[in-house]
Design a protein around this ligand. Sequence first.
Ligand code: 5AD
Ligand code: SF4
Length: 471
Amino acid sequence: MHLPDFKVARTNTKIAYETKQFHLDERYRNQYKGKTCYLRTYGCQMNEHDSENIKGILEEMGFSMIDDYEQADLIILNTCSIRENAHNKAFGFLGRVKHLKEIKPEIMVGLCGCMAQEEVVAKKILEDYPWLNFVIGTHNFYELPYVLDQSLQEHKLQIEVYSREKDLVEGMPIERDNPYKAYINIIYGCDKFCTYCIVPYTRGRQRSRAKEDIIAEVKSLVEAGYQEVTLLGQNVNAYGKDLYTDYSLAELLADVAKTNIPRIRFMTSHPWDFTDEMIEVIASYPNIMPSIHLPVQSGSSRVLKRMGRRYSREEYLTLFHKMKEKIARCTISTDIIVGFPGESEEDFQETLSLVKTCKFDNAFTFIYSPRVGTPAAKLTDNLTKEEKEKRLHILNQLVNQYFLENNQKLVNTVLPVLIEGKFPKKEDSYFGYTDTNKLVNVSGNVKEGSIVPVLITDAKTWSLDGKVYNG
Ligand code: 5AD
Ligand code: SF4
């Protein structure tokens, strides 16, 4: 039994780590042949990608994946802890699973992901959910075959969560969700410690994967016919800092571009680490998509300082304008938090004025959610829930207005779209994304997985309509 400790998780010392190859002990291979598993994933792309690895491991153990949790022999929740409502959703679902377990005591249930890393969650599970089979952390989820087996042998809950990161594991089996677009981790963890954010506690300090391993993965995806890779990390712009002196995200992007994968995206970027060199590389390779997710969080320098974001409003705007100027047709999306403790009406107005300047192409907006153990959770929060909701509503109205305006400017232009899927029951009706990451409903006769020119015929707030362009 290893329980998480947030004091240890918070330490900013570096831990020496090795890169190991995944190895499935032969006694676990096909151990559960004929059994089924339901895996529910909450949260970000990082979690979705972890789930692809978990599915890969489960399939080697003999499980087949199903969509109906009530029929499953094993139920796993891969959880998120970024905001309170992510917690609520996971505990709500566990409540339903509890009823099922009462009727079918033989079902196995496990929890993994970011919530597993939280001290408060581990305590709650021990007290209120002792019927679970296992809780396993983000740093060692590849130990799942062993931990599940242990819980069955001992007939009791196993909590195997390490407060700090462990070795990097390469060569994990994977079941990818999408046949055309693939996620690739390039860096794990985060060293930024923004004062509101729980990620550095749940995901550990930043650790980059070796460039050779990343390039090899991209090359194998190219061979398998993938059209797009998204390089993932909590802060991809810190890539390489812990491993190399002369190799950063700029060099990695260039090397990935040289594999000739048709589309490259990357996320998430912290503005503080965005160098001119990175901007130049993005601008110069046509297969690096002109679309950047650049979270601003607030338009007020005073709030940004209290958030520990390491840049001011002016510095963000300078970077924003530089990207727009240097990268042709570049779209920029963002994340914004309202109601951070102490956010005054004037601060909020500064956020609105920044949005009016930037006219983002997409924005994910949130009400601040205090996370136990983070520095911001100790700040006095003097805004009412109603005031926070009001600010979120005003902000959403404004960002939506720019999404629509930006989309309207694209009507009658021709854009390249990667066709990802077909609408069921509709003849010649597909959907896909432009290079600038806009969702398009496409009519015409096309092949799924191809990149085709599309004439945009109509614009909505969150999507475009278009038809295949034949010249
Ligand atoms: N409360 C609200 N939003 C948060 N985010 C991160 N932590 C919190 C929090 N405690 C948002 C940030 C981040 C995105 C992934 O989630 O905007 O960029
Ligand atoms: Fe969290 Fe992102 Fe800040 Fe890291 S950079 S602490 S992941 S908000």
